[in-house]
Design a protein around this ligand. Structure first.
Ligand SMILES: C[C@](O)(C(=O)O)[C@H](CC(=O)O)C(=O)O
Ligand SMILES: [Mg+2]
Length: 299
């Protein structure tokens, strides 16, 4: 009940230790704190906190409109609700290198286990859209150096995302990734790779963990976890997937309501009240007050 009792520094150490094994860690995007609990309950290794989801949730496009305060606030809400490590999307770091440093410390205070900073210009866009632009290498490296220097917990994972692949091709992206590692990146997020052979090539070129972004309706094919494991990927995210699923179901539900005036036929698709209460450990609150949970829920 209430919040996770695992301190953030322990989640970070555990995340590092698991990454060091070389296994593939699966991080679905938690679109709210409740979904983070479901991800944990199902047995995934971590949760991802997506910038695209945060902005969409606010009804905004993912073009760098959200502020550090908003991202940190949502990160804290999600991270404290799960024992799992959380990896958060810090977009371009919210400004100049000194802003990046403050971003890192603020997100560290929010309790995340890691964050990624990308090399796009501002205004940024989804990495799977056409027409992206990236900053020059020196600017990208300065962001990562500032990030690595700013953390107070050495286990906070600083991941560098490069969007160069879609602009200058795979070789340029690999060169950028190598330079980002030399600048202090603990892991690399090569955005919008075209196929598995490209993941293999990045894997061969660098020694740090690499992330695969299995976002739907984008530039990458949706590879299975087995395929990604086979080419040596260490972290896979499905950043927006749970939101897409939930919004798809919500839309169909509203259509049903309009058409028939009742949601009765949709009950089987809904999370049951009993399952919701189980997920939030409603009964556990009887520790404080035995009159809190003294009812039965019919299935
Ligand atoms: C991973 C990502 O940065 C995100 O914000 O979740 C997005 C996902 C998306 O828009 O599909 C991305 O740029 O790939
Ligand atoms: Mg993003």
């Amino acid at each position: 009940m209430l919040y996770s009792t695992v301190p953030a520094h322990e989640k970070r150490a555990a995340f590092r230790a698991r990454l060091a094994t070389g296994e593939l860690l699966r991080l679905p995007g938690a679109f709210n704190p409740l979904s983070a609990r479901l991800i944990e309950r199902k047995g995934f290794e971590g949760v991802y906190i997506s910038g695209a989801v945060l902005s969409a949730d606010l009804g905004l496009p993912d073009i760098g409109l959200t502020t550090l305060t908003e991202v940190a606030g949502r990160s804290a809400q999600i991270a404290r609700m799960t024992d799992l490590p959380a990896l958060v999307d810090a977009d371009t770091g919210f400004g100049e290198p000194m802003n990046v440093a403050r971003t890192v410390q603020t997100l560290e205070d929010a309790g995340v286990a890691g964050l990624h900073i990308e090399d796009q210009v501002n205004p940024k866009r989804c990495g799977h859209l056409d027409g992206k632009q990236v900053v020059d290498e020196n600017t990208a490296l300065k962001r990562i150096r500032a990030a690595a220097d700013a953390r107070r917990d050495a286990n906070l994972l600083i991941m560098a995302r490069t969007d160069v692949r879609a602009i200058d091709g795979l070789e340029a992206a690999i060169d950028r990734a190598k330079a980002l590692v030399d600048a202090g990146a603990d892991a690399i997020f090569p955005e919008a790779l075209a196929d598995l052979s490209e993941f293999e090539a990045v894997r061969r070129a660098i020694d740090v963990p690499i992330l695969a972004n299995m976002t739907e309706f984008g530039k990458s094919e949706l590879f299975t976890t087995d395929q990604l494991r086979d080419v040596g990927v260490n972290i896979v995210i499905w950043p927006v997937s749970l939101l897409r699923l939930a919004m798809g179901a919500a839309e169909r539900g509203l259509d049903q309501l309009l058409a028939e005036g009742t949601l009765e036929p949709k009950l089987g698709e809904m999370q049951h009240r009993a399952d919701l209460y189980d997920l939030i450990d409603y009964e556990g609150y009887n520790t404080f007050d035995t009159s809190v949970y003294n009812f039965d829920i019919a299935r």
